[in-house]
Design a protein around this ligand. Structure first.
Ligand SMILES: [Zn+2]
Length: 432
């Protein structure tokens, strides 16, 4: 042998030995042995690790999870493991079939993979972990794999999590709808908003009575009966289901949704008036005032503040609507439901006399939901919508970056994955 052949051989042997040592340290399985590790003869960037059963250990039946007598071997299968320094790593293993007394002739169960998945469990958990921090596309690129494999990985980890999570006890929930595709395609999201635990509990297609009822079917009557607070917007189907399924709970209308509705009305007034003035050939006083009136005072830029001060000198509907909206801010400062109620009634009376249609509509809505709105004060402001609003914003970000296809299934997966706080299989080694 030439000196350099000896050298290469020794390096190869050393490499194989060290890789096996590492694997035994971080990813060891009872009943199996890492036999050899070498570069693939066909692919320079691939490392192949041969795995074999430990002599004298019986295979486990995948039907009943009990040891069973061997039957035969299947052709070698490849299982993808976490890549190492830019090299793809595969386990090569010939699955055994067992002749199980209970299940007949079935394939064995191996601890590193599940079902027909080509990816090992640990690799799926690894990819799913990164898919929470990066977009799915970025995750696929970073680890030289495909978007589909990232998606499979998330699917695996989410179904494991849903199967193993503990649902109760649930003290407070918030329900909200979110648009997930163009053309009024909505999802119903139910969050747990307890002080100690906030998480996404459930995702439902559409925002109907039937949708929301599915959530209560999932948690069951016992848990539903223990819910003390429910936060929602004014969406009728939600209100109805809450009345029926959670009659014992204090139902609170979200502050965030009321403020949003108020801003919508103000924006309608402003846009309508701006159009009217343009039509009648007036000076474009309302140009570039949208954010001046919609933003909270303390968030205005100095230029916007000047613009607003200027605007307030005119007797415009927009200005009057703006002042009504600003006045309403005080409402949230009250502590007593009684005084808050008096303020609300007075505000509605004034607004009804304003002859500004969108604002009158708001006043009517607030009157119609008076009790639910005042529940906010009865709950001692404990469940302000801040929590639901925050979760909803996270949901929107997740939907924007997590997927290539806007299907319900993918959206649901991505949302559970990032917001569900689902448990994960325990690993003996921290791979990430
Ligand atoms: Zn069996």
């Amino acid at each position: 042998m030439e000196w350099f052949t000896v050298g290469v051989f020794a390096a190869g042997a050393l490499f194989a030995m060290q890789l096996i040592t590492i694997l035994n340290r971080c990813h060891r399985f009872r009943g199996f042995v890492y036999e050899s590790a070498k570069f693939s003869p066909a692919e320079r960037t691939t490392i192949e690790v041969h795995v074999r059963p430990r002599v004298g250990t019986a295979a486990i039946c995948s039907g009943c999870h009990q040891p069973a007598a061997g039957y035969d071997h299947l052709p070698e299968r490849r299982f993808e493991v976490i890549p190492l320094w830019g090299f793809l790593v595969f386990f090569l293993y010939r699955m055994r079939r067992v002749n199980c007394e209970a299940c007949g002739v079935v394939v064995e169960e191996v601890p590193w993979a599940s079902g027909k998945h080509q990816l090992t469990k640990v690799y799926m958990q690894f990819l799913a972990h990164w898919a929470r921090k990066l977009s799915w596309k970025e995750t696929a690129e970073a680890f030289r794999t495909s978007w589909d494999k990232v998606c499979h990985s998330v699917q695996y980890i989410v179904s494991w999590g849903l199967e193993h999570r503990t649902l109760g006890p649930i003290r407070a929930i918030g329900v909200d709808e979110i648009q997930y595709a163009k053309g009024h395609k909505y999802l119903t999201l139910v969050y747990q908003i307890d002080a100690k635990l906030t998480r996404l509990l459930w995702v439902g297609k559409e925002r109907t009575v039937a949708t929301f009822e599915e959530f209560f079917a999932m948690i069951g009557q016992q848990l539903a009966g223990q819910i003390e607070f429910v936060c929602s917007d004014m969406w009728k189907p939600y209100l109805r289901v809450i009345r029926e399924k959670c009659s014992q709970a204090l139902h609170i209308l979200d502050r965030f949704h009321i403020v949003a509705k108020m801003n919508e009305a103000l924006d309608d007034v402003r846009a309508g008036e701006a159009r009217k003035m343009a039509r009648e050939g007036h000076e474009p006083l309302l140009k570039k005032t949208r954010w001046c009136v919609l933003k909270r005072k303390e968030n205005l830029t100095s230029q916007q503040r000047f613009r607003l001060r200027d605007l307030l000198r005119y007797n415009l509907q927009t200005v009057r609507a703006y002042l009504l909206k600003e006045d309403f801010q005080q409402f949230w400062e009250y502590n007593s439901p009684t005084w808050a109620g008096k303020f609300l009634d007075e505000w509605c009376r004034q607004t009804m006399r304003s002859r500004i249609e969108p604002m009158k509509k708001i006043a009517k809505t607030l009157r119609a939901h008076r009790d639910l709105i005042l529940n906010y004060f009865k709950a001692k402001k404990e469940f302000s919508s801040g929590v639901v609003e925050g979760l909803n914003n996270k949901a929107k970000v997740t939907m924007r970056r997590s997927y290539g296809f806007r299907t319900f299934r993918i959206t649901e997966l991505a949302l559970y994955h990032t917001l569900g706080k689902l448990p994960e299989p325990e690993l003996t080694h921290e791979f990430y």
